[in-house]
Design a protein around this ligand. Sequence first.
Ligand SMILES: *Cc1c(COP(=O)(O)O)cnc(C)c1O
Length: 379
Amino acid sequence: MDHIPVSGPWITQKEIDYVTDAVTNAWYSNANMYHERFEAAFARYLDLRFAVSLPSCTSAIHLALLALGVGPGDEVIVPDCTWIASAAPISYVGATTVFADIDPITWCLSSDSFAAAITPRTRAVIPVNLYGGMPDLKAIRAIASAQGVAVIEDAAESIGSELGGRRAGAWGDVGVFSFHGSKTLTTGEGGMLVTDRADLRDRVLFLRDHGRMPGDRMFRNTEIGWKYKMSSMQAALGLAQLERVDQLIARKREVFSWYAEDLGDAPGVTLNAEPAGTRNSYWMVTAVLAPELGLTKEIVLQRLWDQKIDARPFFHPLSSLPAYAHSPQAAAARAQNRTSYQISPWAVNLPSALNLTRDQVHRVTRTLREWVDSARQSS
Ligand SMILES: *Cc1c(COP(=O)(O)O)cnc(C)c1O
């Protein structure tokens, strides 16, 4: 039995050629040539003015909060179910994390729960395009702008997704992306911050280079900053991947269509949603199992791993994690965020790597169907 990976990239000769060129030629006066090409192409892809390449999405969120002036005493709202990287930078800047509930259909931030979580201290919201799905960013943006709350759109998992014809990452004051090796478009490790706001772009460029303005040749730092840069080899890899992004997204959608073919009619199994007006790039095919089946994510994962099928738990509510055990906001979230606590225990991410074959997906879905059928007979 071969091992089936949960995620992984699609690398071709183009990527190898670009990285080889970068390591050979991107030095001296050409040191930034791949950053410039990657950033310009990325901004064009999103139809935005600015893109800044960074070492990770985590650093992009950190810089976005800093550039927006978020700090101690401020509150920032995140959906309860997301990777902790969406929220950890709120703690880096000394602000308070507030956990809002998710929507039962999209599994993304609920606009009602977001609205209810706003207080006079709320400075920003970080909606997350979970597993490639899109939250109702039209509503979230309208609520945020009426309340003077900045929007940082965490598009780490959603390159190529769309809402109302506008691409994921282009909905906020700032958008952030991850190019971690598990993501649809990868640079190994890496990230991007995008924005239309020149003030935020300038502040980000300054803060990410130890408090120096771009072009400063006197090394006279005017503030303590951070060092958050991508290497030219990574930028070259990213550029090659971006030039193939339609192919990458088409493959993700194809993988999802295989699962939908095999599991779409299975009673008690719900896969990722693609509501009207949205396009889902399906970073991770995800199955939510009906609680009546009694198949918790722990049981399903252990059985899949036993069959050499790699899979992951749907994100645990952040408010349930030991990392937030001492947070009063997490305690409030545990009592309030019903949908997060209803869905998360019963959901798993299924293998979604870009190199998956139809046969491998058959193996996963056959196995899963057997368990679901026998659980239904015994329930
Ligand atoms: C992967 C991911 C991140 C973090 O990306 P890094 O590049 O690893 O810092 C942030 N948010 C979400 C939703 C992610 O999935």
